[in-house]
Design a protein around this ligand. Structure first.
Ligand SMILES: [Zn+2]
Length: 358
């Protein structure tokens, strides 16, 4: 039976508590303070950085002056006031009450809840073809948001684990298997402690993979968070129109890169017609995420049709290098669907083979 709630404060197996942190919780003499080094210090620093925005990378795993300042600030905050009887200002140590508070804060970081939801998650009526494209898209937002929120939750967990592994760390936590698999499948990014990427074998798969960096995780997270914001304000970010591709052909939906707006046309409704029977709500959610990425693509690389904008159904998708994948809107849509489902959907959601140009 664990005494802590957060995964961060577990040991390497994930099943039991970190023994040094339990000692800190149970005995005054086992408090952690200036001069301490190792995994428990790194874990305290991770909580302080996630909860209070403390920047402690320079002292990773060492309880130095910056860590001391951050601990005092944490304990002094008006909502916590983790002071001893008679104290006016917090001392420099993490003791019983502070370690308990850090655990509870970390638990909230690890379990952010369902995230923002749009004002009215209404079920799609039986005849969506009568709705305008943007109206139908609004009705699909709850499902698309569910996927985007799952992606954000998983990436935040991954960020925490990666942070732990990058420091001078004593205990190694396992990465979440679903997240690892989804990062490998859709972004060709692999954990740096996995075996070296193989050369292109008979299948050609695996060739473009590269070890993941913290900046990749931050890049993916920041874009998913921008898509989340776009969906939450869909009343102003979704508009009706007659979107066309660059050849002038009508398409279901389109976004000018980094425009913050997605235009939906009559083709978005037609997904429910008999000739598009394979296209259902999950595929419309994939279109929302795909176009959402175009709309929030700050670096405006997702419109590169040759090397970046490759459909999840295209054979080249599996061979796309990581540096292009992290700008591919189809990778975002497919990653989000993958982590919510727990596996890569087969066939993948979206508009199917030959649907490029959306
Ligand atoms: Zn596109």
């Amino acid at each position: 039976m664990r005494k802590f709630k957060s995964r961060l404060f577990a040991d390497a197996t994930g099943l039991n508590d970190d023994p040094d942190l339990v000692a800190c919780l149970e005995r005054d003499s086992a408090h952690i303070g200036p001069g301490a080094v190792g995994g428990p210090v790194a874990k305290i620093q991770i909580v302080l950085s996630r909860v209070d925005g403390a920047i402690l990378a320079a002292e990773n795993g060492t309880y130095g002056t910056e860590t001391t300042k951050a601990v005092k600030k944490y304990k002094d905050s008006p909502k916590r006031r983790l002071l001893q009887p008679g104290q006016v200002k917090a001392d420099a140590f993490v003791g019983k009450r502070t370690i308990k508070s850090l655990d509870e804060d970390m638990f909230r970081v690890e379990n952010p809840g369902p995230g923002p939801t749009p004002p009215s998650p209404i079920p799609v009526p039986p005849n969506p073809a009568r709705l305008s494209g943007a109206t139908l898209a609004r009705l699909d937002v709850p499902l698309a948001l569910q996927k985007v929120n799952a992606a954000i939750r998983k990436l935040k967990e991954y960020e925490t684990t990666l942070n732990l592994r990058l420091g001078p760390i004593i205990r190694i936590q396992p990465f979440d298997a679903v997240t690892e698999n989804a990062l490998r499948t859709h972004f060709r990014l692999v954990g740096f402690d996995q075996p070296a990427p193989p050369n292109a074998g008979a299948t050609g798969r695996g060739f473009p993979r590269r070890p993941i960096k913290m900046e990749d995780v931050k890049h993916l997270l920041s874009h998913f968070i921008r898509i989340q914001t776009l969906f939450v304000r869909n009343a102003t970010s979704f508009t009706d129109g007659a979107p066309v591709d660059r050849d002038g052909n009508p398409v279901a939906a389109a976004a000018v890169l980094n425009s913050g707006t997605v235009i939906y046309g009559s083709h978005f409704r037609n997904f429910t017609n008999s000739e598009a029977a394979a296209i259902g709500r999950n595929s419309r959610a994939a279109v929302l995420i795909h176009e959402g990425f175009h709309a929030v693509d700050v670096e405006q690389k997702s419109g590169d049709d040759v090397s970046v904008h490759i459909s999840e159904f295209d054979a080249r998708y599996d061979k796309q290098g990581a540096n292009d994948s992290i700008f591919n809107p189809s990778s975002y849509a497919s990653f989000a669907a993958h982590v919510l489902k727990g596996s890569d959907p087969k066939p993948r959601f979206g508009l199917g083979p030959g649907a490029r140009g959306l």
